[in-house]
Design a protein around this ligand. Structure first.
Ligand SMILES: *Cc1c(COP(=O)(O)O)cnc(C)c1O
Length: 382
């Protein structure tokens, strides 16, 4: 049996998405910037995908900008706004648990003379509105705070922060690459000026991203060149992937609530059983958190050993984020939550999806319980 529990790293593409993309790979290969028929057909497809996403976000199509990834969107949001507002101020606020594409971009801006405040999260992985409020200065130009954390599932108070930013006239960006799966993406209610997300976390193709940019937000281009994307992001549009992105969002629209309830049911069953079966395990994080996420410390068992054993049994999970796996470094997010070393190095992240079945969960519970017992037995005999 195989059980894929690494859906926060990426998801399996939906066959309906592939089907929607194929004609734009095989037949309608024109450049949307060309004026002939085959080019214009490609343009129509891009426009349609943009409209689907705009309607999902409750914004205008011109506010939906396609990029190569969530990584590019995050780079663009921070660098673009920072450059556009440099004469107004140079202070930026973010958190100490952002994705590397925010963290490294913020560090880069520090090298260019910007001043960045990294708000520390609580032991459950959250930040509070009060922390944001207290960090705001006269020269604060931009606040960038993720919607939901990929490692702990912590959901941040985006709407309240957005409201505060509107009141103070500060630009607000949120990395919603995880949030999009289960949370409200209405940009009006969430009060964001910029919002990042990507297709491959919602069963779309990899390497296609989006940046929502509210009209009149001061921002400069990251990618210079042609006049694509309303003269804001150069380069020939990735037509088939944009079509796939649109399809993935169109599907999500109808099933988000249903998927949320289902994955939460699987996750709760998983956590409840494991807690009954295995002593000395700790659940990481706390509410509010994403319904598909379970971060568990199996005390005394190094996560790399555990993951290798799980992999042999066809169970695919991760330690920390995908970007930090493969190295023995302790996850920056768990460090930020001030976890003891022992807890951090024994933590495994299981991220479920609507495609997982109860059978898979039961199989995983049995297997994880058996592996944990056998590893602990071996180490206690030493
Ligand atoms: C996956 C992810 C990203 C980066 O996505 P890419 O497709 O690798 O660019 C950014 N932020 C969050 C919160 C993510 O989960």
């Amino acid at each position: 049996m195989e059980a894929y529990f690494d859906n926060n790293a990426t998801t399996k593409i939906d066959p309906q998405v592939v089907e929607a993309m194929l004609p734009y790979l095989l037949e309608t290969y024109g450049n949307p910037n060309s004026t002939h028929t085959i080019g214009q057909k490609a343009k129509v497809a891009v426009d349609e995908a943009r409209e689907i996403i705009a309607s999902y976000l409750n914004c205008l199509p011109v506010e939906v900008l396609f990029t190569s990834s969530a990584t590019e969107s995050n780079n663009w949001a921070l660098k673009g706004v920072a450059e556009a507002l440099a004469s107004k101020g140079k202070h930026i606020i973010t958190t100490n648990v952002e994705h590397s594409s925010i963290e490294k971009t913020a560090k880069h801006l520090e090298e260019l003379g910007y001043d960045v405040t990294y708000l520390p999260v609580s032991e459950t992985g959250h930040i509070s509105l009060k922390q944001v409020e207290d960090a705001i200065r006269d020269d604060t130009i931009l606040i960038s705070i993720q919607y939901a954390n990929s490692e702990t599932g912590a959901i941040m108070p985006i709407r309240d922060i957005g409201k505060l930013c509107r009141k103070k006239g500060i630009i607000f960006h949120s990395d919603a690459t995880q949030g999009i799966k289960y949370l409200d993406m209405n940009v009006e209610t969430q009060k964001v000026d910029l919002m990042t997300f990507a297709a491959h976390k919602i069963n779309g193709p990899k390497a296609i991203g989006c940046l929502y940019i509210k009209k009149k937000t001061p921002i400069v281009q990251l990618i210079d060149g042609g006049q694509q994307e309303f003269n804001l992001r150069a380069g020939t549009e990735n037509v088939p992937y944009i079509v796939g992105f649109g399809k993935a969002v169109a599907i999500l629209k109808d099933v988000r609530e249903e998927r949320l309830a289902y994955v939460k049911h699987l996750r709760d069953m998983f956590e409840e059983q494991l807690q009954k079966n295995i002593p000395d395990i700790l659940l990481n994080g706390g509410e509010p958190r994403m319904p598909n996420l379970s971060s568990i410390a199996f005390l005394g068992i190094p996560s790399d050993t555990f993951l290798a054993r799980l992999d042999m049994e066809g169970i695919y999970a991760s330690a920390g984020s995908a970007c930090t796996s493969g190295s023995i470094q302790v996850s920056g997010v768990l460090k930020a939550m001030r976890f003891a070393y022992e807890r951090a190095v024994s933590t495994i992240r299981f991220s479920f999806s609507h495609e997982n079945t109860e059978e898979e969960i039961q199989y995983a519970i049995r297997t994880i319980t058996a592996i944990a017992r056998s590893i602990r037995e071996i180490s206690s005999q030493r």
